[in-house]
Design a protein around this ligand. Structure first.
Ligand SMILES: N[C@@H](CCC(=O)N[C@@H](CS)C(=O)NCC(=O)O)C(=O)O
Length: 217
């Protein structure tokens, strides 16, 4: 029998994206819950030399980087597909994944959510208001661009949920826990109703962020 192991700290939108992908595919897996800080220990650095989460292993095939894991799952468990067949739609999906990885997460979600939620409420570190203010223009650009890409489509890649939808909605569900995130989501025309649809999916409902994180916000 094949076995899938996923390693990470609950609350991470990247870990959640992998779990959602597995649930969308109906594939069983074992989640190895790590404590904060454990991701910098030698045992985890052997899985992920950059000391981040999640890490993933399938029958001895070990991999990290969320989009690579999701693309692997899509290849190995093709139904339902999470990548559109149409080249233009597939390219939009790839573009949104790039936006999440290069701009949205590192330059908007991470600085704002860390300084608004994780630092002050969970780690006892005061939030850096200047870092939040400096990240807001990037947040606004990302929301404007992503709202435009989604437009009148049901999902980023057209009619069906894709890897980009999963990764983006997992980020937004964390981001909406702070006031800045809610304001940016409320400023959108298409993303807001799309997010409600995404969050209602059984895969999202089954992978709620921990209550601790929600209460902290
Ligand atoms: N490019 C990585 C990013 C993963 C990532 O940044 N994960 C965050 C949690 S959401 C993390 O590990 N942060 C811990 C740290 O930076 O020390 C991926 O796609 O998996």
């Amino acid at each position: 029998m094949s076995s899938i192991n996923v390693y990470g700290i609950p609350g991470s939108p990247f870990l959640r994206s992998v779990e959602i992908g597995l649930k969308e595919k109906g594939v069983d897996y074992q989640l190895h819950v790590m404590a904060p800080g454990e991701h910098k220990e030698p045992e985890h650095l052997a899985r992920h030399p950059f000391g981040r989460i999640p890490a993933f292993e399938h029958d001895g095939f070990a991999i990290y980087e969320t989009q690579a894991i999701l693309r692997y799952l899509d290849d190995v468990f093709p139904n339902p597909p999470l990548t559109p067949g149409n080249p233009k739609q597939r390219t939009r999906v790839n573009q949104v994944i790039g936006i999440i990885e290069w701009y949205f997460f590192p330059k908007a979600v991470a600085p704002i959510a860390f300084n608004r939620i994780i630092g002050p409420r969970l780690l006892g570190v005061p939030g850096d208001e200047q870092a939040i203010a400096e990240a807001m223009p990037m947040g606004r650009t990302c929301f404007e661009v992503l709202d435009g890409i989604l437009g009148d489509q049901a999902y980023v890649g057209g009619e069906w949920v894709s890897i980009a939808d999963i990764m983006l909605a997992a980020q937004l569900d964390l981001f909406r826990e702070c006031q800045e995130g809610r304001e940016l989501i409320d400023s959108t025309k298409s993303l807001k109703p799309w997010l409600e649809r995404m969050l209602a999916r059984p895969s999202f409902v089954a992978t709620q962020p921990p209550a601790m994180l929600r209460e902290a916000a």
